[in-house]
Design a binder for this molecule. Structure first.
Ligand code: DAH
Length: 463
């Protein structure tokens, strides 16, 4: 094999591979015994064509396990059918069963042939019957043989025709060869740096993990604090406290996973009352609120958070004193079918900056700076709408002469910050991580961000 593969890699021979399968009985003794269903069929005849299933296992000599198998095959081969009689199940021989008493089946014929012939090549056997027998445990032994045919190529023949002189060649120097100076006489085989060698793949991070690390680094380097909050939240924090009205379409079952356990979560009265006032009448701010009757029960419902804005808001409510910079890089859940552009579980790059005098220009500058660090120099924003920010904007990045939407941003509304005693501006954003990774790695289907395709993962460059 070694010399053949050398000749092959030099183009001097061609190699054809032909794979053959050989079959034999797994156990020799199998050729002498009936298949369990035949033993059962014979017993059935002795019992007058009908008997109970328990009778077969007790009296046919098959034992519990094999009689179970036998009954299964009696049914499958149509040799017997089940009939109910006075609460018990009986087996009754069919016409086909009667016929089978005389004629052996193709599978049994094959077993007989193998018992006589020992090992037979697959090409001589009926493929269908072999497949059937292979599906039964411990009946057939299959052996795979590879027949390789070696043929001289034109180039090979040319060399042979010119005449070959055999000379010893050293492919590996040993202390022996050096000591005896045998190398002086022999030819030393030159290194072939292009020779085929199996590729070795070491372990490495999943590209998604690596990308998350890069994004995290960018925010940590800019002095942000990373925050983490539970996936399970009350609708209150996920929606109400973000000034999303209780009849907002995003709160629909179709978009949000509501939880059975916990079905309801507690909300502190003090903050609940303030948020209630915001929704109903604007809570003494310049806002007039949404003007509907707010329900605390609705707000208590347990949800899988639909965005990480809930995390930054909770962090703010616990740390209401400026200045503050925080980010989260974490999972969110939405009740929608996954496809090439949607996932029901996805990660958002969420962040806030609370600082006296913070303004829209700073926010836009920050977004541009972030995407520039991620390799996108051309970033645009356009006005948008979110219930919790005013003004609101959408962020776009240029990718292959198209501006693609990357996420949302804005300045938190008074209705969102005031219930926590905050009156300093808070810049906020929530960007899609998978979208960003898709562009950076050239992935077309968002689901592939989380691929477990080993070939892709192995071949994906480290740098
Ligand atoms: N939470 C929004 C979403 O999931 C994204 C978002 C928009 C987050 C504006 C923000 C923001 O913090 O200011 O679609």
């Amino acid at each position: 094999m070694n010399s053949v593969s050398w000749l092959n890699s030099k183009g001097l021979v061609g190699v054809d591979e032909n794979i053959l399968y050989y079959y034999s009985l797994a156990k020799k003794s199998m050729g002498e015994k009936d298949l369990p269903e035949r033993t059962a069929l014979k017993y059935l005849k002795k019992a007058g064509g009908k008997c109970s299933i328990s009778e077969i296992s007790e009296k046919s000599g098959l034992g519990d396990k094999r009689s179970g198998i036998a009954v299964g095959w009696l049914k499958k081969k149509g040799w017997a059918r089940f009939v109910k009689d006075g609460g018990e199940t009986f087996l009754e021989m069919t016409k086909k069963g009667k016929k089978a008493l005389r004629d052996k089946g193709a599978d049994e014929e094959l077993i007989r042939r193998l018992a006589k012939g020992g090992e037979l090549p697959g090409e001589d056997l009926d493929e269908y019957v072999v497949k059937k027998l292979k599906s039964r445990k411990e009946l057939l032994k299959e052996e795979r043989k590879v027949i390789r045919t070696v043929k001289l190529t034109d180039q090979g023949r040319h060399i042979v025709d010119k005449g070959i002189v055999l000379k010893p060649q050293i492919s590996q120097l040993t202390p022996e060869i050096i000591r005896t100076e045998a190398w002086k006489e022999a030819e030393i085989r030159p290194y072939d740096v292009k020779a085929f060698a199996p590729t070795k793949y070491g372990g490495k991070r999943h590209p998604m993990k690596r990308e998350i690390e890069i994004v995290r680094r960018v925010f940590l380097d800019m002095g942000f604090t990373e925050i983490n909050y539970d996936f399970i939240q009350s609708a209150f924090w996920n929606f109400d406290a973000l000034f999303s009205p209780q009849d907002h379409p995003a709160r629909d079952l179709q978009d949000t996973f509501y939880l059975e356990r916990p079905a309801k979560l507690d909300i502190e009265d003090e903050v609940a009352d303030k948020v209630k006032a915001m929704h109903e009448n604007g809570g003494g701010t310049r806002s007039s609120g949404w003007g509907y009757k707010w329900s605390k029960e609705e707000a208590r419902r347990g949800v899988l958070r639909t965005h990480t804005t809930v995390a930054t808001l909770r962090y703010l409510s616990e740390n209401p004193d400026p200045p503050l910079k925080a980010f989260g890089l974490d999972w969110n859940f939405r009740s929608e079918k996954s496809d090439a552009t949607h996932l029901s579980q996805f990660i958002q790059i969420e962040g806030i900056v609370m600082e006296e005098g913070a303004n829209l220009n700073m926010l836009i500058g920050l977004m541009k700076e972030f995407y520039r660090k991620m390799g996108f120099d051309d970033v645009k924003v356009r006005p948008s709408y979110f219930p919790f920010t005013e003004p609101s904007l959408e962020v776009f990045a240029l990718y292959k002469d198209k501006y693609l939407e990357m996420g949302g941003a804005g300045i938190f509304r008074e209705e969102v910050t005031r219930p926590h005693g905050i009156d300093c501006p808070v810049l906020a954003w929530g960007l899609g991580l998978e979208r960003l990774v898709m562009l950076r790695l050239g992935i077309d289907d968002i689901r592939d961000c989380y691929t477990d395709d080993l070939t892709f993962l192995r071949e994906y460059p480290l740098l």
